[in-house]
Design a protein around this ligand. Structure first.
Ligand code: TRP
Length: 373
């Protein structure tokens, strides 16, 4: 069986470091591993509209931004199809048929849906209370639409963050239901989670659970070196670590969480020079040594922030350079999207034909039906 990847992002803003460690970096590795027969990366504009119906302009503008983030992070249009969800209308058709294979109660139990409804302040009593808003039906159904996205491409592998696990689970159930009700046409996908806890859920720079646009605690892939340093300087550490000599806490200290996610062994040698001229030098050779010194006392927050800043810029510099090149020719970026979308549309149309055949609703190709049998 072919190995096929499908994954994507909602274009509601530029992508940040949370996206990078949680999925983008992995996608680029998977792309370059040569292990996959096909890779589809979707800009989920239709899904973004499920809770942004009043602001399609935001979604529209961010399609270009997300495409730029993808390409500058290293996704290569020669190796993967980057496409726009709404430009593959077949996906909507799959969704409409899958809706009949899932109950309202099952969607209501989906933990991600529950959590997102709460986060967005969609209330049960909105009908009686004019100040509250209810849940858009389209938003409620997005797990089903996501199952359409995955199955339309017969994806075997879905690299996503852990918050998406209930979506993949629900997709697997839909596949099972479809295949046992009609015919075994659909492929059961596997989730591929990030490989470490720090990458699973990168906290915001304020130490809050998640990097999120609305909380204003993100470092964006497109931030300048100055913006990154301002944000790193302001990062939440250990509020009890007042003097350099005080023992500090590593757990819950987001500078260390970021170091866990981004630091590699070669960074110690590479960035020692950044500390030349300081009162203390940076003589560490591993993250464990840094942590031990911080815990014992005698290591200041500015030291660890400087180190982190060097590492982040090391990662972001080549991304920024590629973005600057790509930004000079936006029509070329859209040409990449057009080609990727054409390939995606052809693949989805093929699966849709098989699905309709399995359901026996491809009437005009049904010789028996037409012959009156
Ligand atoms: N829900 C994903 C997100 O929040 C985006 C998405 C839409 C997706 N369809 C998908 C991810 C299918 C993986 C597979 O970013």
């Amino acid at each position: 069986m072919e190995k096929i990847i499908l994954t994507g992002d909602r274009p509601t803003g530029r992508l940040h470091l949370g996206h990078y460690v949680g999925s983008l970096r992995r996608r680029v590795e998977l792309q370059n591993s040569g292990e996959f027969d096909k890779i589809f990366i979707m800009i989920a504009d239709a899904q973004a509209l499920t809770d942004n119906a009043d602001n399609p302009e935001k979604v529209r503008q961010n399609i270009t931004q997300v495409a730029l983030d993808y390409l500058s992070a290293g996704l290569d249009p020669a190796k993967c199809n980057i496409f726009i969800q709404s430009m593959v209308p077949e996906l909507t058709e799959f969704t409409f048929y899958y809706m009949n294979l899932v109950t309202v109660q099952r969607v209501q139990r989906n933990p991600t849906v529950k959590q997102e409804i709460q986060m967005r302040g969609f209330n049960d009593d909105a009908e009686e209370n004019a100040n509250k808003k209810g849940t858009p039906v389209g938003f409620f159904c997005y797990p089903i639409s996501q199952a359409a996205d995955i199955t339309a491409f017969k994806a075997t592998t879905v690299p996503v963050g852990e918050d998406q696990a209930p979506m993949i689970e629900q997709c697997r159930e839909i596949v099972h239901k479809f295949n046992t009700t009609y015919a075994p046409v659909l492929v059961t996908p596997d989730i591929l989670l990030p490989d470490s806890q720090a990458c699973m859920r990168l906290p915001g720079t304020d130490g809050k659970a998640k990097m999120s646009k609305s909380l204003g605690n993100c470092i964006y892939l497109s931030d300048s070196a100055e913006e990154v340093w301002a944000k790193v300087k302001g990062m939440y550490t250990d509020p009890g670590h007042l003097q350099v000599s005080d023992p500090g806490k590593v757990e819950g200290n987001c500078v260390f969480t970021y170091l866990d996610a981004f630091c590699r062994p070669e960074h110690f040698e590479k960035f020692r020079s950044a500390f030349i001229g300081r009162k203390v030098s940076f003589e560490f050779n591993s993250l464990d040594e840094v942590k031990a010194q911080y815990r014992a006392g005698g290591l200041g927050d500015m030291m660890i922030k400087t180190f982190l800043n060097c590492i982040l810029n090391d990662i972001l510099d080549p991304i920024r350079a590629r973005r600057a090149e790509l930004e000079k020719d936006i029509p070329a970026v859209w040409e990449i999207l057009r080609k990727g979308t054409e390939a995606a549309q052809a693949a989805a149309a093929q699966t849709l034909r098989e699905v309709k055949q399995a359901m026996r609703i491809d009437y005009f190709n049904d010789a028996d039906l037409i012959a009156g049998k």
